[in-house]
Design a protein around this ligand. Structure first.
Ligand SMILES: *Cc1c(COP(=O)(O)O)cnc(C)c1O
Length: 390
């Protein structure tokens, strides 16, 4: 008999009853060090006092009104994002998938309004992940995600990752945009080198097409900049955001330049929940905490310390691990042993990591993880590796 919860996930047998900072606590009292943070979502850890305060204060006032009316919390968060980034305008969603939907619609509408309705194609890359909607799976294009779900949304051109030579010839008079994650997340924490992001920006400028960055996983302070593309010194035309921006409250956003958003006039897009007072109250508190030089400096400092310890871990267990990669507190450890076995061995040491493609485990801890917890995390991973080897 089918489970009452649709069985699309293989779940680990934990049901956490409480969270405290970087820790998740089981009903029996066991404490797990959470290096997954709900897949890069809980940027300020669990039960963060500032977020709890923002949420409960708003909950006692007004939760939801509808985008039929002005929403001051939404305007405030949009202003913050516009001030802090390349963007001139923001649309709020509830998830990364919905951000992908709008990014695709926006790019196509841009060309339609410019008198080029034939420019509908979006170039994407192997190993990418853009969400689970019909547009998201068609954009990523992997058989694992698309098989059985056809007919797929047309208009995506899939190129091999890191094949520079393939990109320019793939741009035609049907191309609307290039869409890419600055650091592939589900693909195994694979950063796109700064030079390549610059190259993509140049290519888009040369051909007058739009650059869409998917920063759903790598954005909101994760890499040590507010958004990962800042490392490369480039700006996109459109950017997808979600995960960290709500700190655990379902919230996403599409950020855009005025030019790229020029087709999106009243009535062309909408969302019932997107940008409601409750979500945006939390989003404002996240931005206030994360977008300060001190906070981001601290992410970079801790990332350096963690990275160094992980290099030691890999060196100490050459049969288990191959290498460390990533940027900031978005770290992938390429495994020699099966990645899911290492995740499992971590469970036994009460440390939570997340598997990804390319036989990788992901470390995406809360950005306010402490130095002591970083030491504890690596100790536990060391014990996990030793126990798996034994
Ligand atoms: C998680 C993710 C998505 C999808 O976000 P959801 O909130 O799960 O819909 C899209 N793109 C990237 C890069 C992601 O990591």
């Amino acid at each position: 008999m089918i489970a009452s919860v649709l069985p699309t996930y293989n779940r680990a047998p934990f049901s956490f009853v409480k969270g405290e900072g970087s820790w998740l606590i089981e009903a029996d009292g066991r404490r797990f060090l959470d290096l997954g943070a709900g897949i890069a979502v809980n940027v300020l850890g669990h039960a963060n006092p500032a977020l709890t305060e923002a949420l409960t204060a708003q909950a006692g006032s007004v939760w939801h009104t509808s985008n039929l009316y002005e929403i001051p919390q939404q305007k405030a968060l949009a202003d913050k994002l516009v001030d802090a980034t390349f963007a001139d305008t923001v649309f709020f969603t509830n998830s990364g998938t919905e951000s992908c939907e709008l990014a695709v619609k926006m790019a196509r509408k841009y060309w339609y309004e410019k008198g080029h309705p034939e420019r509908t194609e979006i170039i994407t890359f192997s190993g990418s992940f853009h969400g689970r909607s019909s547009a998201g799976i068609a954009a990523a294009g992997s058989e694992k995600m698309t098989k059985g779900f056809g007919p797929l949304l047309p208009g995506f051109v899939h190129l091999p990752f890191a094949d520079h030579e393939a990109i320019a010839p793939a741009i035609t008079h049907h191309t609307a945009a290039i869409m890419i994650e600055p650091v592939q997340g589900e693909g195994g924490i694979i950063p796109v080198p700064d030079q390549c992001l610059k190259g993509l920006r140049d290519l888009c400028d040369e051909h007058g097409i739009l650059l869409i960055l998917d920063e759903v996983q790598c954005g909101v302070g994760r890499t040590g900049k507010l958004f990962a593309h800042e490392w490369a010194g480039i700006e996109p035309d459109i950017m997808m955001v979600a995960k960290g921006i709500g700190g655990g409250f379902p919230l996403g956003a599409v950020l855009s330049t005025e030019n790229a958003a020029s087709g999106m006039t009243a009535g062309t897009h909408g969302s019932t929940y997107g940008g409601n007072p409750l979500g945006c109250a939390v989003g404002n508190a996240v931005m206030d905490a994360v977008n300060t030089p001190e906070f981001l400096d601290d992410v970079n400092r801790k990332a350096g310390a963690l990275r160094q310890k992980l290099e030691g871990l890999v060196a100490a267990h050459p049969d288990m691990f191959e290498s460390v990669r990533g940027q900031g507190l978005m770290i992938g450890i390429k495994c020699k042993a099966t990645n899911t076995d290492i995740v499992q061995a971590g469970y036994d040491q009460q440390v939570l990591t997340v598997p990804a493609a390319d036989n990788t485990i992901r470390l995406l801890p809360p950005l306010n993880i402490t130095d002591e917890e970083i030491g504890e995390a690596v100790d536990r991973l060391d014990k996990a590796a030793a126990s798996l080897a034994a």
